[in-house]
Design a protein around this ligand. Sequence first.
Ligand code: COA
Length: 388
Amino acid sequence: MTVGIDKIAFFAPDTYVDLTDLAQARDVDPNKYLIGIGQSEQTVVPVTQDAVTMAANAASKLLTETDRQALGMVLFGTESGVDHSKSAAVYLRSLLDLPASIRTVELKHACYGATAGLMMAKDYVTLHPEKKVLVIGSDIARYGLNTPGEVTQGGGAVAMLVSQNARILALEDDSVVKSEDAMDFWRPLYRKEALVDGHASENIYIDFFTAVFDDYQKLTGRTIEDFDALAFHLPFTKMGLKALRAVLPQANDLKQQRLLEAFEASRVYNRRVGNLYTGSLYLSLMSLLANGELPAGSRIGLFSYGSGAEGEFFAGQLMPDFDPQALQADFAQFFGQRRRVSVPAYERLFNQSLPDHDVLLDTKADSARFVLRGITHDQRQYQDRTKA
Ligand code: COA
């Protein structure tokens, strides 16, 4: 039985800032952002979107009635949850009108949460083959205006449906995990913006990748030559390139060229969306599938990293029924409809945080189906605009 990703969908708010504009405003050479960091545009998240609404906007694109009835769990990976106690997954269940008889859990481990969900989903479906699991990675990446991390912000959600006879990517059984207590990136409960030791986080990321990739090869007997593509967690796309370069000398010249081409395909969308934290690896996978021209049966290696820190390397095979055209069309529409905002407008949107008292938000400028309407009696009020 093959178990894996049967469907995948993406959502991000439709406003973005151009990083050449941001570089000029910050008096930085634009090539530092465009080449040195590897980002060209960045999603700007309005106050009317949060981890829950973005997840609902992504997941609503992929669930049929049959899927809903077969769901056994909703596993919601996020590090920008909306409540210290209440699970984002149960808000999502309610917004999507999912059956009550499903397990709804929020998972946190920095950018690794969605991968934890994917692995738990795979094990669960293996044991309960008639069931499906909705896995979410949804986040808003905030480092602060005028900080070194500002250029690596962004936001958005990826929703994945995990089932048997998956039509996109069959997940293989072998994966290798490594965890270690590290202070490379964290966000204390009282902070809206992350704290990060950026250069340390780059080094730990690469150390973790080379360690798990090495262990994976020992475990499976496979080598880099067995992969048609490697996809990475991409907090910024240069990060993945650095990791790839760390293992590229293990491959012959032709394989090196192929892996570099695949990497370029895997960062097309991330370069324009920015950091999604938990969703970044899976946006990169979508970018690879849409832009990479990989034949059916291709083996894709995936490296997931969450600061703090946890890393996992796993692999999947591209299924014969996968058709990239729908994915390409979705992204063409998304990028075609986005609105570029000026740097002052981005700064205003960035500073519009939710108050800690009741509020009714103005949602007119937000084109999404699911929005945050405000807070009443300390409770978030969500709206599905397809309902009266
Ligand atoms: N043209 C081309 N490249 C340029 C350049 C120019 N004019 N100016 C600088 N660069 C390059 C640098 O050489 C460097 O490349 P390298 O990393 O390959 O050496 C890159 O741009 C970044 O420059 P640097 O001086 O290191 O940037 P910085 O100190 O401002 O910080 C980060 C960069 C990534 C560390 C910072 O944005 C950050 O902390 N981001 C958050 C990281 C994170 O989220 N980590 C946790 C998740 S893994």
